[in-house]
Design a protein around this ligand. Structure first.
Ligand code: CP
Length: 316
């Protein structure tokens, strides 16, 4: 069966997940993003690729980085951008998600960028909309955050060049993390030979071994000689019940400190999708240290989101 995010020619029609995406599509996004990186350094930071198109940002969950960089990316592609304020929209009066979508589609939207607390909401929208509309998943529940996964891969490729000789550790609250799932799918798709997941047993979801990763509950053992450390936010808002004794205890065992980072390779890079809980999953000396590329991730996110939108708009 054809994947719902691909058209009949095997091209991206929507971007819903990295799971199952062919490697050449992932690489094409990264290569296209490279060509957009310099647009942000121009005096006039615009290219006309989405001129006349309307991009609707529909964020049913809060966001700083993703929503803003999608808006910047669409603006740099010369699109018209509409940011639906969900809190003051008629969703607060009980209008259903699909009724909201139908009404926005009737305004001749070309692209919906959707963040939603429910896993699968962007899929449902993608299956509902007409053929001229593209849907981009900007994070759905615990399921996927594909543009974060792609910008993370862009960042790794920028600093490390070759995926096929890397050891990458994903550390922290994997159970609740859509970023972890998208990163793991992207890393394995791009041929990273060793992907490690480091977390307490209570935050390790089942099925990781089937995804081709090694799991560690001892952070020091898991960090040994890695090239890339991807820290995850402890997602208190998604936790039901007591999965951890306390934030202090978590930091002691799973917080990234300079002392623990010294176990990785000397030129290892430190990543975090944000927002960070300083002093919980990462200490400030590391977050702001020379090995941190956390703010570069944000900058690269603009080029990667430009790439995704321009590819979708250009496909049949
Ligand atoms: N990384 C990320 O998704 O951040 P925001 O929640 O601020 O968009």
């Amino acid at each position: 069966m054809r994947h719902p995010q691909l058209n009949e020619h095997g091209e991206l029609r929507h971007l819903l997940t990295i799971e199952g995406l062919p490697r050449d599509i992932v690489t094409h996004v990264l290569d296209t993003a490279s060509s957009f990186l310099e647009v942000s350094d121009r005096q006039v930071k615009k290219v006309p690729l989405l001129r006349g198109k309307s991009v609707f940002n529909l964020f049913f969950e809060n966001s700083t980085r993703t929503r803003t960089t999608f808006e910047i990316a669409a603006t740099r592609l010369s699109a018209d951008v509409v940011n639906l304020d969900v809190r003051t929209s008629s969703a607060s009066k009980g209008e259903s998600l699909l009724d909201t979508i139908d009404n926005l589609a009737a305004m001749h939207a070309d692209m919906f960028v959707v963040r939603h607390a429910q896993s699968g909401a962007p899929y449902m929208i993608a299956q509902h909309v007409g053929p001229g509309l593209h849907v981009i998943n900007a994070g759905d529940g615990r399921h996927a955050h594909p543009t974060q996964g792609l910008l993370d891969m862009y960042t790794i490729r920028h600093f490390k060049k070759d995926f096929t000789n890397l050891t990458v550790a994903v550390v922290g609250d994997v159970l609740h993390s859509r970023v972890a799932r998208s990163d793991i799918h992207a890393l394995t798709t791009l041929g990273v030979p060793e992907v490690r997941v480091i977390a307490p047993l209570t935050l390790l979801p089942p099925g990781l071994e089937q995804m081709g990763v090694r799991t560690f509950t001892d952070m020091r053992a898991g960090l040994k000689d890695v090239d890339v450390v991807i820290m995850l936010r402890l997602q208190n808002e998604r936790m039901r019940g007591a999965l951890l004794p306390s934030a202090q205890e978590y930091f002691k065992h799973y917080g990234l400190t300079a002392e623990k980072l010294a176990l990785a390779k000397p030129d290892a890079i430190v990543m975090h999708p944000g927002p960070m809980n300083r002093g919980v999953e990462i200490e400030s000396a590391v977050a702001d240290g020379v090995q941190s590329v956390i703010l570069e991730q944000v900058t690269f996110g603009i080029a990667v989101r430009m790439a995704v939108m321009s590819i979708l708009a250009g496909n049949r």
